[in-house]
Design a protein around this ligand. Structure first.
Ligand SMILES: Nc1nc2c(ncn2[C@@H]2O[C@H](COP(=O)(O)OP(=O)(O)OP(=O)(O)O)[C@@H](O)[C@H]2O)c(=O)[nH]1
Ligand SMILES: [Mg+2]
Length: 354
C-alpha cells in the first residue's frame, strides 16, 4: 500500500493568439479578425470512493493538463485545453512543496467527490483583433499563450475511519474484523499475516461504520520497528481505537502496557477514545486465567474510564456487546467533534505565476 507520493503537476499552456485579416470580396480593408487562443487546462485532484491506495494512480511522476488551441480567423477563439483529473483515495491530504522545502496544505480531501485545483492552466494569448486602435487599424501582432502553473505536489493518505483495531501480531484483529464487518481479511496462525491496513464496512440501520485493522504493532513500532509506524498514520483520523489483546498470551497483563505505550508515543493518538478487548476467551487456558486478568484490568481501566470486554472473535462471545458499545462511543465522538469545531486549517491558494 502506498501512503505517500510526490508528483509534478503542470497546467496546460494557453493557445497563441492569431494574426488574421478579414478578406472578402467587396469588403476592402476588412480589418483584423485574429481570435484569442484557448486557455490551458488545469490539473485537479479529486477524492474517489473507489480508490483505496495511492498506488492505484499508477507510477507516472508528471501530470500535465491539455494545451489550449490557437485562435483562428473570423475572431474564432481556440478550444480550451482539457483538464486533467487525478483520482486519489478519500482521506488524501494534498500539499504543495514550498521553495523553502516545507509543505503547504492545499486541501484535505475527506469526502468523496471533493476536488482541489493544484495547477492552473495558462491563459490563451490575444488575437490581433484585440490590438486594433484608431491609430493602428491593421495590427500584425498577437500575444503568445501563457505557460501553465507548475508545482511539486505531495499526496499523503490518512484513512478516515470510525473504528481502528490495533494490537500485537496474532491477537486476532483480522478474525474480529471479519466477524463484525463485511471484510474478508486473511487469517492465519502466524504473526504479520496482515501487512497493510484493511477496511471493512460494519452495517447499521442508520449508516455503515467503517472499521480498519492495521498490521500488528510491536514494541518500538513508533520508531519504525516491525511494520512500524508506517501504518499508525491511519489511526490518526479514527474516532475510536479498539485495543485487541491476545488472552492466550502469557504476558497479557504486560501487553496492554506495551501496546498503550506505542500508541501514546505516536503523535495525536493518546487522547483517542478507546475500548480494550481481551480475545480468545473460548480457549480453556484463557478461561482459567480470566479471573486473574479481570482482577488486574478492572481497577486500572475503570479508573481511566476505558471499557473492557472479554470476547471470542471465533465463537462470537460478547462480540455484539463490544460492537454496541463501540458504535455508541463513535456517535459520541462525532457529536463532540461537532461541538468543538476542528482547528481551522489554513488553505493557501497561491496566485498563478504571471
Ligand atoms: N481460539 C481462538 N483463536 C482465535 C480467536 N481469534 C483469532 N484466533 C486465532 O488467532 C490466530 C491469529 O488470528 P488473526 O485474526 O490472523 O490475528 P491478527 O491479529 O490479524 O494477526 P496479524 O495480522 O498477523 O497481526 C488465527 O489462528 C486465529 O484463528 C479467538 O477468539 N479464539
Ligand atoms: Mg491480521
Amino acid at each position: 500500500m502506498i501512503h505517500k507520493r510526490e508528483i509534478m503537476v503542470g497546467g496546460g499552456c494557453g493557445g497563441d493568439g492569431c494574426v488574421s485579416f478579414r478578406r472578402e470580396k467587396y469588403i476592402p480593408f476588412g480589418g483584423p479578425d485574429g481570435g484569442d487562443g484557448g486557455d490551458g487546462g488545469s490539473v485537479i485532484v479529486m477524492a474517489s470512493p473507489n480508490m483505496v491506495d495511492l498506488g492505484l494512480m499508477g507510477w507516472k511522476k508528471e501530470f500535465v493538463a491539455g494545451k489550449g488551441q490557437r485562435g483562428g480567423g473570423w475572431r474564432k477563439r481556440g478550444k480550451r485545453g482539457e483538464d486533467l483529473i487525478i483520482s486519489v483515495p478519500v482521506g488524501t491530504m494534498v500539499s504543495a512543496k514550498a521553495d523553502s522545502g516545507g509543505e503547504i496544505l492545499l486541501a484535505d480531501l475527506s469526502t468523496p467527490g471533493q476536488k482541489v485545483l493544484v495547477a492552473k492552466g495558462g491563459r490563451g494569448g490575444l488575437g490581433n483583433a484585440r490590438f486594433a486602435t484608431a491609430v493602428n487599424q491593421a495590427p500584425e501582432i498577437a500575444s503568445k499563450g501563457a505557460s501553465g502553473e507548475e508545482r511539486h505536489i505531495v499526496l499523503e493518505l490518512k484513512l478516515i475511519t470510525d473504528i481502528c483495531i490495533v494490537g500485537h501480531p496474532n491477537s486476532g484483529k483480522s478474525t474480529l474484523l471479519s466477524a463484525i464487518s463485511r471484510a474478508k481479511p486473511e487469517i492465519a496462525d502466524y504473526p504479520f499475516t496482515t501487512r497493510q491496513p484493511i477496511l471493512g464496512a460494519m452495517p447499521d440501520d442508520r449508516r455503515d461504520f467503517i472499521v480498519a485493522e492495521i498490521p500488528g504493532l510491536v514494541e518500538g513500532a513508533h520508531l519504525g520497528k516491525g511494520l512500524g509506524n508506517e501504518f499508525l498514520r491511519h489511526a490518526e483520523r479514527t474516532k475510536l481505537l479498539i485495543y485487541l489483546l491476545d488472552g492466550s498470551s502469557p504476558t497479557v497483563i504486560d501487553d496492554i502496557g506495551t501496546l498503550d505505550k506505542e500508541i501514546a508515543l505516536y503523535k495525536g493518538l493518546s487522547h483517542k477514545p478507546k475500548i480494550v478487548a481481551v480475545n480468545k476467551i473460548d480457549l480453556p487456558e484463557v478461561q482459567a486465567r480470566l479471573p486473574e486478568v479481570k482482577q488486574c484490568f478492572a481497577p486500572i481501566l475503570s479508573g481511566l474510564g476505558v471499557p473492557v470486554f472479554y470476547i471470542s472473535a471465533v465463537s462470537g462471545q460478547a462480540v455484539l456487546e463490544l460492537v454496541g458499545k463501540a458504535k455508541g462511543m463513535v456517535d459520541q465522538a462525532s457529536q463532540d467533534e461537532e461541538i468543538i469545531p476542528k482547528a481551522q486549517i489554513k488553505v493557501f491558494r497561491p496566485k498563478p505565476r504571471k
